[in-house]
Design a protein around this ligand. Structure first.
Ligand code: CA
Length: 415
């Protein structure tokens, strides 16, 4: 099907047609989105139209022109990321192993010592526990490491205008965030060259989107600029401020790992910790509940064979940062381990023996050397690592489950 036919048959504007192409996964020779001759003219017209929208929101012409200097076409990689639909949700153990591991805990403890004074000041002024802030920092940007990766960090104005212009599902999001990003430039918190972020416009150590930045970013180091890209005090205090503003309860736990009594069903919804205790849901470490009247909800993410948790008010505050149970639980567990608690009493229901972070990197290195893998040696098992493991397993006549197991590592070491 030609693009012309497609445009005609859908009776859509160029932007919608692009989105339709993307949605249908239709490849017509060259990727349409990255064909500048087609994209440029439309995009540049769109930018000119958006200039007046921005002016209505108080963006000066000079800020606008500075922001769009050199931004002449949509970013094809942003569109590729925007249309990416994972074939399946990562298994729960992959999610947690990638985020709560000996490396993220170890670096977290290092940062705990390194930023002791700052973390104390933030606790005092904003009331959010230091371990929680470190865990968020780890989850969002790997303690700032991601910001050094030029393959990940992109021009925020270009990313957001790409979404606003060419991604049908995120048009509104893109426009709204773009206005907020231009306001950041207008105010002078950061210059345009350093206004970088993820493909979806998440920025700095704490990965705030521009509207979150507008609402919650703070200048904690007192230099007059809210710099979540380069100032660790500003970034961590901004994360604390988001939690505090949404109702974080200072000094309260996020939740507890619990043991479930055999052979009974559990009520959905919340009950007091005392009531949970009464029906036999107790902490795995044998301690009592410090605030028995607080209301808690049971979370079981990995079936009856996996770990179980009672989660409290602050768990839901973590979900304000990222609205997923997995996310909030990973922050809570990582914070607990950075604070010195041991690993889970009941491990994830992982059908293989877990590798350490270094072993996972070693496995990726072997896969790379042998031509199965061309991604980063980052100790994180994503779709590319899983596919590489599967390919290796098939080649060896093993069951191709894609799991980063001891068995696979042992086997590949011997190759
Ligand atoms: Ca500052």
């Amino acid at each position: 099907m030609s693009l012309k036919t497609l445009l005609g048959s859908f009776r859509l504007g160029a932007r919608s047609a692009l989105a339709a192409l993307a949605a249908a996964g239709i490849a017509i020779g060259l990727s349409v989105a990255s064909t500048p001759a087609f994209a440029d003219a439309g995009f540049q017209r769109w930018v000119q139209q958006f200039r007046s929208t921005a002016a209505q929101s108080g963006i000066s012409g000079s800020t606008f022109d500075r922001a769009f200097q050199g931004v002449t076409a949509p970013d094809p990689e942003v569109l590729e990321r925007a249309r990416y639909q994972p074939e399946f949700v990562a298994p729960v153990w992959d999610y947690f192993d990638n985020r709560v591991n000996d490396n993220s805990v170890g670096v977290g403890r290092q940062m705990l010592r390194q930023h002791d004074r700052l973390l104390g000041q933030i606790e005092q002024r904003l009331g959010v526990d230091r371990h929680i802030l470190l865990a968020i920092w780890s989850m969002e940007s790997n303690y700032g490491e991601v910001l050094k990766n030029d393959r990940v960090m992109r021009n925020v104005v270009r990313s957001l205008s790409t979404l606003a212009y060419a991604d049908e599902r995120r048009q509104r999001f893109g426009r709204q965030q773009l206005i907020a990003a231009l306001k950041i430039l207008e105010r002078g918190d950061i210059d345009v060259r350093h206004l970088t972020g993820s493909w979806a416009g998440a920025m700095g150590h704490t990965q705030f989107i521009p509207t979150s930045y507008q609402e919650w970013a703070v200048d904690f180091d007192g230099d007059g600029r809210r710099d979540i890209w380069n100032s660790i005090p500003d970034a961590l205090a901004s994360a604390a401020n988001l939690l505090r503003a949404n109702g974080w309860r200072s000094g309260h736990a996020w939740g507890y790992e619990v043991r479930l009594p055999e052979g009974r069903k559990f009520p959905a919804g919340t009950m007091s910790l005392a009531e949970w205790q009464r029906i036999g849901v107790v902490r795995t470490n044998g301690q009592g509940y410090p605030r028995p009247n607080d209301r808690a909800e049971l979370k079981v993410l990995d079936g009856r064979e996996g770990p179980a948790f009672l989660v409290l008010h602050n768990f839901n505050m973590l979900k304000r940062y990222n609205n997923a149970d997995r996310y909030a639980l990973a922050v809570g567990l990582l914070a607990d381990q950075i604070a010195g608690q041991g690993q889970l009493a009941r491990d994830w229901n992982r059908p293989f023996t877990r590798l350490s972070f270094n072993e996972t990197q070693e496995l990726q290195q072997h896969l790379l050397t042998r031509g199965y893998y061309d991604g980063n040696i980052d100790g994180k098992i994503g779709p590319a690592s899983r596919d590489a493991i599967k390919a290796f397993q098939s080649r060896m006549g093993m069951q191709a489950d894609g799991h980063p197991s001891k068995e696979v590592l042992t086997r590949i070491r011997g190759q």
